[in-house]
Design a protein around this ligand. Structure first.
Ligand SMILES: C[S@@+](CC[C@H](N)C(=O)[O-])C[C@H]1O[C@@H](n2cnc3c(N)ncnc32)[C@H](O)[C@@H]1O
Length: 266
């Protein structure tokens, strides 16, 4: 989706991902056709690029507040680490993912001759099974440094219990640590069309062996994060995303309400 944005959507780009296409290699040609034909593909693509853009904007801000480490929970084919802007400075980056997914990504990086920067550490962990503190400790995360976490397109695949453990770990880190994550809206927060759309995408995902386990409504989620102990909790709705990033576009690109963003600061 991030690679397609570069070739299918008008300027200005919401996210300029110069790495994604080369990471996909030959597969991108096949994928481009699929993306062009798939119904609602632009809506889904808009959510993918917005959530990366929003997380990277929040990360840039948090670095100014003294954050020194970036942990990507369920990094997938995220390319931030391989196109680091100058403002990244001495940031340390930890990519957490299933061991098999991470091996696949590393093979793709090697095949595309994309070097792994020295500030990047891979953390092969299934965080439903292995505790994040344990995995990240073994990988060298410094628990005394304010740390920024992103979890993009991941929450729905986790049990709420595993997600809560991840949130509690963020809370155990120094003040100014922050987590930015996307989540799929619960049925009660969706229109009928939204409920049908979610049911279709969730069924496709379940058929591929990746059922959607956890969804939230914005206000109860804000309450949950506050009662867990986060000092600042900021929902970033689809409307807010459309007015911040997508206003006045000729191509009409805009995000759907199905997936929303949240930021919570320790
Ligand atoms: C839809 S992809 C999103 C990838 C990336 N964050 C992005 O925005 O493109 C979901 C990612 O979460 C990872 N994931 C899901 N459950 C996980 C778990 N229990 N432990 C580790 N990684 C997990 C998957 O392997 C996959 O890389």
């Amino acid at each position: 989706m991030r690679a397609s944005h570069r070739i299918l959507d008008d300027e200005p780009k919401i996210l300029d991902d110069s790495i994604a296409a080369s990471l996909l290699g030959d597969e991108f040609d096949r994928y481009k056709t699929l993306v062009r034909c798939f119904p609602f593909s632009a809506l889904i693509r808009a959510n993918f690029i917005m959530r990366s853009r929003y997380a990277e904007d929040r990360l840039a801000e948090s670095l100014r507040d003294g954050v020194g480490q970036y942990v990507l929970l369920g990094a997938g084919l995220d390319t931030f680490a391989y196109r680091q802007p100058e403002w990244t400075g001495s940031l340390r980056i930890f990519e957490v993912d299933y061991p098999a997914t991470q091996t696949w990504k590393r093979e793709k990086l090697a095949a595309a001759n994309i070097p792994i920067p020295t500030n990047v550490t891979f953390v092969p962990v299934d965080f439903e099974r292995i505790s994040l503190p344990q995995g990240l400790d073994a990988a060298g995360l410094n628990f005394h440094v304010p740390t920024f976490f992103s979890s993009l397109g991941v929450t729905q695949y986790l049990t709420e219990d595993a997600f809560d453990h991840a949130l509690k770990f963020v809370l155990s880190l120094p003040p100014r640590s922050e987590v930015v994550f996307s989540y799929v809206l619960a049925g009660s927060a969706l229109s009928l069309a939204g409920r049908v759309g979610v049911a279709v995408v969730a069924a496709i995902s379940a058929a591929r062996g990746e059922p959607w386990l956890t969804r939230f409504s914005p206000q109860p989620l804000v309450g949950k994060l506050k009662s867990m102990g986060f000092s600042e909790v900021k929902p970033f709705s689809a409307d807010a995303a459309n007015s911040r990033y997508f206003q006045g576009r000729r191509d009409g690109l805009r995000v759907s309400r199905i997936e929303q963003m949240m930021s919570a600061t320790v």
